[in-house]
Structure formats: C-alpha cells, structure tokens
Design a protein around this ligand. Sequence first.
Ligand code: MLT
Length: 237
Amino acid sequence: MHNRKLDVCLSPELFHLYDHKDRVVIVTDILRATSCMTTAMAYGVNSITPVATVEECIELQNSGMICAAERGGEKVEGFELDNSPYSYMNPDLRGQDIGVTTTNGTMAITKSADALQVLAGSFLNISALADYLKTVDSDLLIFCAGWKGKFNLEDTLFAGALANMLSDSHEAECDAVLASGMLYDQVKDDLQNALKDSSHVQRLKRLNIDKDIAFCLTRDEYQAIPVLKDGKLVLLK
Ligand code: MLT
C-alpha cells in the first residue's frame, strides 16, 4: 500500500480547501443523519437517496418513494419519516427505497458525490468502518457535516475518534486531524457529558428528542456501512 494520508474537514464551508476526488470521503453527521443511515442499513432498508433540498425530496415522494425530511431537528410536515434512528428500526421499511433530506447531513453527502468513494460514518459503525478503511489503499477525508456551515462538537469528536483508530495506518495532514483526536481523547469516557451543553444536543432536548442522543453516541451497535452508489446509499458488501 502507498503511504496513505488522512485529513479532517470540520465544516462544509471549508470543503473546497480539501482534496476529495481521489479519496474515500467519510461523511459524519452524528446527530443524527449518518446515525440514521447506519441504522437503516443495519435494519435492511434497501437504499437511501440523499437529497439536499426539500423540493427534491418532494419529487422523490411524488415518485412513490417513502421519504424522510428534517429541518432544524424537526420532521418537515407532509413527510412520512423524521430523522430519528428509531424510526428506521421499523420492520415495514425492510427492503424499501427511502428518500431523505436533512439540515446538514444530506448536503454534505451530495457535496462529496464525486469522491472516489463516499461512506456514512457514525459511532454506531465506527469499528467496522475503521477495519474497512485499513484495507483500502486510498487517502481519506473525514467530512463533518456541522451545523449550517458552522463547527459542531459531536461530528468533530467522531472525526477524532476515527482518526485515532487510523493513526497507525494513515499519516495526519492538517491540524484538524490532531486537534479532533486530542479533543476526543480528553472526553472519550463520557461523550454525553462532554456534549451536554452543545448546540444540537440543546436543540434536540428542547424538542424532547433526548433518547436519540444517547443512542447516536453509542459505539459499535452495527457492522453496517452505508456507501454511495449511483446517487443512493446502499449497504457496503
Ligand atoms: C443534520 O442534518 O444536521 C441532522 O441530521 C439534524 C437532525 O437530525 O437533527
């Protein structure tokens, strides 16, 4: 294998500064888009089509697809699914093709679409993801969806956790790799406490969506890794 490199992009507003076309891009939106996508693949959803806008999601719905839409943490009126991982545990969704748009996560995925490969990363599948990435002869970019272009803590902590797991196999590039890894090491024993004052945790708590938070911060619930194929997320085989 060549001397593989690893970078971390902390916000979509910085994405233009990073090489991604010849890399595997791991998009992370811990609360909650990529946690939902990982859960959906683990529960047998056939595919998830991520779209950046509600208008595109309406078109998918009009084509007969079951669709999820979230803005500001809340389900968009008129759509069947919200953006809770628990909603994807419904056995009725097994084998289904789902359309989805979220505030940040689906935009980050569509932004990365021309990468060598696009994967959805979460704490729920972090070890399976790290094990897979160690076998791939490619540079990597961990891409944090953030919040409306701004830094968010939970995505950065995931980036640091994954970067630390790859420190023996990949060479760190920009300081965001080191900073996120150091940050994760400081708080890894109690992520919920570390995030209790973070903006999206506070937002979700105001919306009485507390239970999603603990679940999305749980490591290694699943082996499933969502991968983007022809515009749809499917289970990486
Ligand atoms: C996002 O897109 O930032 C999240 O998915 C929002 C959420 O689910 O609350």
